[in-house]
Design a protein. Sequence first.
Lengths: 286, 291
Amino acid sequence: MSAGKPAAMPEKTHPSPARRRFLTGLAGAAGSGCLMALGAGLYATQSRALAAQALRPPGALPENQFLAACTRCGLCVRDCPYDILKLAAPGDPAPTGTPYFTARNIPCEMCEDIPCIKPCPTGALDPALTDIADARMGLAVLIDQETCLNFLGLRCDVCYRVCPVIDQAITLEKQHNVRSDRHAMLLPTVHSAHCTGCGKCEAACVLAEAAIKVLPAPLAQGKLGEHYRKGWEEREKHGGSLIGDQLELPVRGLEGKPYGDSRVDDTAPPPPAGSALDGIDSGWKP
Amino acid sequence: MNAARRPAPQPGQDAIARKGWLAAHKWLLLRRISQAGILGLFLAGPWFGVWIVKGNLSSSLTLDILPLTDPYLLLQMLAAGFMPTATAVTGALIVTAFYFLVGGRVFCAWVCPVNILTDAAAWTRRRLAVKANHIPDARTRYWLLAGTLAAAAATGALAWEWVNPVSLAHRGLLFGMGAGLWFLAAVFFYDLLVASRGWCGHLCPMGAFYSLIGKTALPRVAAPRRDACDDCMDCFAVCPEPRVIRPALKKAGQESPVILDALCTTCGRCIDICGQKVFRFTHRFDRRSSS
């Protein structure tokens, strides 16, 4: 912008050498100063991404706000009684100077008094968070069903057992084990309404590489379109279907049965107890 | 050209001969004690478990009661569109008030850890008689200061804090340096090989910011015995901001013997280095002068 200035000289045709020096100096200062700032801005934009494995302390503002709010002073790091938090040095998986922890190495202990939030001078760690159960540092995801021992039909359950919000954040969901055809599989299932993202499950996973990982919530969660309505919820809300009940058409051969009952022969006796056909084995063969 | 074969004449020989080594390094030593002491207060916690000051120069808490925040950082934060809670604002006001009284660039000479690095670069430069000198315009720092605020506004993040050597250095010493060492090496070699006093004296936007809040500082260096000056140029050789000396010493544009330029870091090295005892510490209204 200042490079254009030397042209604006109405009285003199030739600018004096002193004035020329002043203006070229000014242009140089402005140019190099702004160029360096531009470089810093570009570098910051490039490297502002938080690696998926780096988690913020409890109460951290959404990432885009956090990068404006965090002074990178490390007071949260100092007041963490378990030395879990770290300030990122250049080259670490988080923007320079900001606090983070890696769940697989050392997860958050979820202190009830949340000591890391208290010293934050700017509110980058939101003081409004007073119940650690409301913290959302990330969201656990059972990311690999091919190696998870419970998915293989074994009873590992470690992630479920270590969860500080057991039976709410992680539940074991019973499912038929098709491979053995005689056992149950108890599948660890994460519920976002209760998971704080502390990372205990990921740290405790017995595999060489954890099958359950805590990821930043935006990465881990899907989102329904704003227009989407669930019929069954709407029906409950309004005390009945908004589009009228479904038409019940007669089905040949099933006349006289309640709608939805499609059994062809409901008079056959149940199979004898103790036989191979008992219990969960359907007896189906390809 | 022949001088290059002999070891370069070092400034301060005359002062050491006349005043003794200790008196010729008095303010330098005090400054190093101040820098090391402040760093020591921060390090006592992580190293010895004695928690006097927590945090770092960006923001800290002393004795669990006194909050301090770098006002330049707060300015970037506001530019980025974030209004911090009262603690940070209070801390920044305390720091601003302090440097308003004692002189903003006292931070540069007496507190900033990068000063040790750039002083070392300047010393090495004199020893090796490095000739190459591509000094950027000294106003560049103000443009960079404005640029960093613009970058914060444009990115919505504290963009300068990704690369700021001052906070990188201090944070690195306290929390782990990592690849930050390369940034500091860049500053050192820039000062050593490219531009004399290039970083602190021409580019650093933090120094630029602190010079702006130190325009009316009380403690100042003055040249009350300026008639005794024998033009040896030693003070110009060691001064990190050589241009500030001339108005006071040579009455260039001012009568007062006080160095009034806000860019003076009040380091006192000119007092040390002068064999004629021309300079002394005083306040800005002290107009006593031998000439």
